[in-house]
Design a protein around this ligand. Sequence first.
Ligand SMILES: Nc1ncnc2c1ncn2[C@@H]1O[C@H](COP(=O)(O)OP(=O)(O)OP(=O)(O)O)[C@@H](O)[C@H]1O
Length: 211
Amino acid sequence: MAEGLTLDDLRIARGEDELLRLDAHVAPGEVLTVMGPSGSGKSTLLAAVIGTLAPAFSLEGRVWLDGRDITALPPEARRVGILFQDELLFPHLSVGGNLAFGLARSVRGRAARRARVAEALQEVGLAGFEARDPATLSGGQKARVALMRMLLSEPQALLLDEPFSRLDADRRDRVREMVFARARERALPVLMVTHDAEDARAAGGRVVTLD
Ligand SMILES: Nc1ncnc2c1ncn2[C@@H]1O[C@H](COP(=O)(O)OP(=O)(O)OP(=O)(O)O)[C@@H](O)[C@H]1O
């Protein structure tokens, strides 16, 4: 199997009703945008890829990631990162605590972990924000922390579920560019669900529409 994310004749049904069918390969560094009306199954598709599909649904076909068949793996073993519309930062942890939570176990030792968190904050223009309470951040700052928390877990693919829709227009452009640039640098395949044609245009890749 090729590098990247492959949805190999994926079919999701609820009882007798087929909700969606998709056959697609997303190469490393490429963005595939999925559009479609409300209820067409966009979030359900992402749930199938991260491994959190509700029991009401059945799944056929396979999901491959960098040559591994991840279809039946538990979510934490898949190495797929996701960003949602809501950043979902842990409110009881500091910014640094949120990032340390995401940090891959392979980074060992207190000093090394601290350094990696500091570097991540620096990378998104938030140097020195370790002790801040997430509640005191702007929407764009929260989005950047969520992005780095996800990347620190060293995913091999990135899923985006309307991640920019809560941001105001100005921040949306900057955060979007930051997310796509990081994904390209790390050669991550990206699967993005959105209602926003501007997201699709900025991603620059192929668009599939669910009906
Ligand atoms: N846990 C669940 N159990 C049963 N049916 C569900 C469940 N979650 C969603 N559905 C149904 O599955 C269909 C697809 O839902 P989904 O959330 O994937 O759509 P969507 O395209 O993401 O919609 P939106 O654009 O509004 O977010 C809908 O008919 C929805 O009601």
